[in-house]
Design a protein around this ligand. Structure first.
Ligand code: SF4
Length: 370
């Protein structure tokens, strides 16, 4: 029990980030405008600038009287994230941004341009309390939850970078969002759900990205999966399983001591049943740890009649860690074994590997150097 308390409690009381437009529902935005003595339609104008034009600088808005702009800036669009630095690789098509939040905390987002889509991977917490031993973020522990405003700000900055042609290949549209950066999204449930609503709500009140293009990942917080099932959203659920047996999973994903593999898969099955959406099983292949053929067999048997797809991730090793990626031949055998069970499987491409692409690595390096 004390272990669980550690996982879910924020370690310190910190000054909360100032309230932002993106923390509020459409109705709350209008009510807030009125409480400031502004007509409610001003809230719609602000939303349009933010979610349609990705513009968060009221000084540049000509449809708002100059005298009102400082009020709008202070009460609706306080600056929540500041870019510390960006690193690119894959000829600029992958860009990792490191952000400083209002209290000095660092988080990361990664923007990846592919031929058919542009995806951003965002952070939902600063650090993470889940303590997975192979993960840089997990080693540092949880600093705090991000607000919806702080999570959405990463998205709007990415959408702006796409629209203004900052990535090679000219202007494009941000098309996909994955909650797979720092943190366990379902441990920051309310802020993540507010953000998901900001993503899927049509413009001008949200970013207008289809729910099917949004992936929410979890290490298997069953109560969170159950809540998500009740949301009536078509987002993709990704379960970071990493091994099919409880014995190893208790070590690799410590929250497994609370919810076992069987319970996690049962919750994911209910999600699939309710939404009709296939869920994804994330599996970081770690050399000689979880990549044996017998584990592939066990995973195949577990998943063969489920509405699930396996996404194998060659581990991006954390500097100084004993964990490393599987040998290519073991990876191939793992894939083949799952295919023999008729389980759909893909190997994720390892974008961002040269730029400390695993979650938390850039922030960890920045903290070490500062
Ligand atoms: S792998 Fe994900 S859930 Fe586990 S510690 Fe890292 S960020 Fe947290």
């Amino acid at each position: 029990m004390s272990e669980l308390k550690l996982v879910f409690e924020e370690p310190k009381q910190r000054k909360k980030a100032p309230e932002h437009l993106a923390d509020l529902t459409k109705e709350e935005r209008r009510a807030k405008a009125e409480s400031l003595g502004l007509p409610a339609f001003r809230a719609n104008q602000i939303s349009t600038h933010y979610f349609t034009h990705y513009n968060d600088d009221p000084d540049s808005w000509t449809d708002i009287p100059a005298a009102l702009r400082p009020v709008v800036a202070e009460h609706f669009l306080p600056k929540l994230i500041t870019l510390v630095r960006s690193i690119t690789c894959d000829n600029g098509k992958t860009r990792k941004d490191l952000w400083r939040l209002h209290d000095g905390v660092l988080v990361e987002s990664v923007l990846m341009r592919y031929s058919d889509r542009t995806t951003v991977c965002i952070s939902s917490q600063a650090g993470c309390g889940m303590n997975c031993p192979f993960c840089a973020t997990g080693q540092a522990g949880l600093t705090r939850n991000l607000t919806a405003g702080e999570i959405t700000a990463q998205l709007v900055a990415s959408a702006r970078a796409c629209a203004t042609g900052e990535l090679p290949g000219g202007p494009t549209r941000l098309s996909n969002v994955v909650f797979m950066g720092m943190g366990e999204p379902l441990a920051n449930y309310n802020a993540v759900m507010r953000t998901v609503r900001n993503i899927v709500t049509p413009q001008p009140d949200g970013l207008g990205i289809g729910a099917r293009s949004v992936t929410v990942s979890t290490v298997g917080l069953v109560t969170g999966i159950e809540k998500l099932t009740e949301e009536d959203l078509q987002v993709t659920l990704a379960v970071s399983l990493h091994t099919p047996d409880d014995e190893l999973r208790d070590t690799l994903v410590p929250i497994n001591s609370r919810w076992k593999v069987k319970e996690v898969l049962a919750a994911a099955d209910k999600y699939a049943e309710k939404t009709g959406r296939r869920y994804s099983i994330e599996y970081a292949l770690i050399r000689d740890i979880n990549d044996q053929q017998w584990r592939a067999d066990l995973l195949g048997r577990l998943l063969k009649n489920r509405h699930a797809h396996v996404n194998l991730i060659p581990l991006n090793p954390t500097p100084g860690s004993k964990w490393t990626a599987s040998r290519k031949e073991d990876e191939r055998t793992f894939v083949k074994t799952l295919e023999n069970y008729g389980v759909p499987v893909t190997v994720r491409d390892t974008r961002g590997r040269e730029i400390d692409g695993a979650c938390g690595q850039l922030a960890a390096a920045e903290i070490k150097n500062s």
